[in-house]
Design a protein around this ligand. Sequence first.
Ligand code: ZN
Length: 188
Amino acid sequence: MHCNFCNKEAVVNLRPFRVKLCSEHFLEHLTNRVKRTILRYKLIEEGEKILVATSGGKDSATLLHILHKLSNELNFKVYGFHLNVGINDFSEESEEVAVSLFKTLGIEYKVIRVNEIFGLSITEISKEVKRPICSICGLTKRYITNFVAVYSNLNKIATGHNLDDIFSYVVKSFISYLARRPHAYAWG
Ligand SMILES: [Zn+2]
């Protein structure tokens, strides 16, 4: 399988676009798609300061790389942000990955630990309010990320997700909607 734009070995086969691409051309394709989407929907305007929420995972790492790459061309500035939720060793490893990404790209950044803000870890908050960790975690992340962006005078927040995340978010929201309004869907 060869890249459609050069003779190198293709690493992906993008069926919806009917192209096979090598790693360089895949990155170029992805960056152009992000750029076109930003411009078409005016997601970022010139001179804006964008906080990129970086978990240390692949989705946000990709977003950070691409926005950093586009920031010169489209004239905006990227700031890195990592929230350490303090659940276990995985949180520490994620923080290290995020920080090394910021340093490699030369991006100004901030790291905040959940217990610095609330005096409790996510696990403790979850026990306190008797709700599952994942529901507390999402809420806490959104709250603190918004807080940091507002108090640092930044214009927008960028978060990285993939279609699987969005699918499960939609399905979960729909199920909880049904659960809250059972009468609307009852027969007879
Ligand atoms: Zn190629």
